[in-house]
Write a protein of this length. Structure first.
Length: 186
């Protein structure tokens, strides 16, 4: 590395270094300010666009309501009511499905690495889950049980002693309850 000789006094060397740092900081702040201005401009344009789209959609909704309210469109109203009923049922089904999905995600998270679940049976009305699976060793079966007991999602884990007969290549089965709070989105 090539070395340069600086013949300035120490005080002036410090001032030169400070001026360079100040210059770099000014440039950095200028770029940050410019970026913020561009971002603010983008957000302003987006807000204006979304506001105009909202008013346009609101006008369309108002026009559609006027059309639906006319007596000659009673059949259309009936079809819309049936469609709304179907959509409500779909939303209800989706809400139920999502909560059970969270339970299944928690179950997968609790399952040890060397353990596989072969079957899962879930009863929506009694909140009972029955599962069967396979594990390479007894310790993993016990760890799975401890994980289930420690989880806020599950309770009353039924652990038959037949799960512990073999020390390796263990086929196991469990039944346990899902806490209703978990299905409502803990």
């Amino acid at each position: 590395m090539k070395s340069y000789i600086n013949l300035l006094p120490k005080e002036e060397q410090r001032e030169v270094v400070l001026e360079r740092i100040t210059s770099k900081l000014k440039n950095l702040f200028a770029w940050i300010l410019l970026s913020l201005l561009v971002l603010a401009g983008f957000l302003l344009v987006t807000r204006i666009y979304l506001g105009s789209e909202l008013s346009r959609v609101s006008e369309q909704v108002t026009l559609q309501r006027q059309v639906v309210s006319q007596t000659e469109n009673r059949e259309l109203k009936q079809q819309l009511d049936r469609l709304n009923t179907h959509l409500s049922n779909l939303v209800l089904l989706d809400e139920q499905q999502a909560s059970w999905s969270e339970v299944l995600i928690e179950l997968a998270r609790l399952t040890p690495q060397d353990t596989s679940i072969d079957t899962i049976q879930a009863d929506r009305e009694s909140f009972v889950i029955r599962l069967t699976g396979f594990s390479l060793n007894r310790d993993s079966v016990l760890q799975f049980r401890r994980n289930l007991l420690a989880s806020d999602y599950f309770s009353d884990v039924d652990f038959p002693l037949s799960n512990l007969i073999k020390p390796t290549d263990v086929n196991f089965h469990y039944s346990f309850y899902v806490n209703e709070d978990a299905l409502k989105g803990l």
